[in-house]
Design a binder for this molecule. Structure first.
Ligand code: F6P
Length: 342
């Protein structure tokens, strides 16, 4: 078989580890051939390819980013996009595709499978918001990066008796904020799933100063205050219709400074959370996902997404992973709330 591989959406640590596992097992165990498609769905859409074999995947296990490049191209937003993809796959002699991506990339994979393209999906996103899998790879790395930042911010916040607001990624799901905040001992954690009362946050912050510690407030980029509109940096939309966020941390720090009378600063972690080498957990998860994905392709088990269930890597229908976002349940937030303001 000749198999195409692509990585789409925001990059994340572990993408290369998946590509390596797919190719290594595909070549050595099954004798398949591979072709890399560049920059997500743009690759098959425009016929942009890259050689992909054992030599190309040597040494990439610990490397962040993706050797194939990525983009947020949506072929369903482009006139004749599906036909172009089908024609390019035929021209390249590609029998099946492994698509590695988040809700958007795998959403496209789901639709293409319904239209007759042989595809297997691998879930990635630092946001951990894909349904059907207990974890996506990239999340553990992002949480560790954010946790380390919070650890460092504690000491400087305390030296200067300041509030430090840490804005982390997470548009619609607050998994990074929740886990990094819990692991880093944040004073308050604010998520997109639950609007927050800025007066209540100010009370928590004041309480923390009263016990002689400086508060760290972790806020997901998609969190919103009770009575305000979502704070947007600009209104630009990507081709999947997502707004580009940023700004809630700055807004919150200004509010807290005014309401508590204590200096407040903001740190926006941004793309640092997505860059660099994956943790051991993410390397192992990515590798196991890649191995399961190539098995699925080899067996002709298309329209599936690989997923982690407990400690097992299994296959589920693509639609189960992409139909709905996995957000933070209320009870998980309530666990964290015990520590707020203390
Ligand atoms: O989906 C992954 C993610 O990192 C989100 O957490 C974040 O909101 C978004 O991508 C940022 O996208 P971009 O890199 O296009 O600015």
């Amino acid at each position: 078989m000749r198999i195409g591989v692509l990585t789409g959406g925001g990059d994340c640590p572990g993408l290369n580890a998946v590509i390596r596992a797919v190719v290594r097992k595909g070549v050595t165990a099954y004798g398949h051939e591979f072709v890399g498609f560049r920059d997500g769905w743009k690759g098959p859409l425009e016929g942009l390819t890259k050689p992909l074999g054992i030599a190309e995947v040597r040494g990439i296990l610990p490397r962040g980013g993706t050797i194939l490049g990525s983009s947020r191209t949506n072929p369903f937003k482009i006139e004749g996009g599906v036909e172009k993809i089908k024609a390019n796959l035929a021209e390249q002699g590609v029998d099946a595709l492994v698509a590695i991506g988040g809700e958007d990339t795998l959403g496209v994979a789901t639709k293409l499978h319904d239209l007759g393209v042989n595809v297997v999906g691998v879930p990635k996103t630092i946001d951990n918001d894909l349904n059907g899998t207990d974890y996506t790879f990239g999340f553990d790395t992002a949480v560790n990066i954010a946790m380390e930042a919070i650890d460092r911010l504690h000491t400087t916040a305390e030296s200067h008796h300041r509030t430090l607001v840490v804005e982390v990624m997470g548009r619609h799901a607050g998994w990074i904020a929740l886990h990094a905040g819990l692991a880093g001992g944040a004073n308050v954690i604010l998520l997109p799933e639950r609007q927050f009362d800025v007066e209540q946050v100010a009370t928590y912050v004041t309480k923390r100063f009263q016990v002689e510690y400086a508060p760290i407030v972790v806020v997901a980029e998609g969190a919103q205050p009770l009575d305000g509109q979502m704070v947007l940096h600009n209104q630009e939309l990507d081709s999947f219709g997502h707004v580009r966020l940023g700004g809630i941390g700055q807004w919150l720090a200004e509010q807290l400074e005014e309401k508590t009378g204590k200096e407040a600063r903001t740190v926006v972690l941004g793309h640092i959370q997505r860059g660099g080498t994956p943790t051991a957990f993410d390397r192992v998860l990515s590798t196991r996902f890649g191995l399961q994905a190539i098995d699925a392709v080899h067996e002709g088990d298309f329209g599936k997404m690989v997923a982690l269930k407990g400690t097992d890597v299994v296959r589920i229908p693509l639609i189960e992973g992409t139909g709905e976002l996995k957000t933070v349940p209320l009870e998980r937030y309530e666990e964290a709330e015990v520590f707020f303001g203390n």
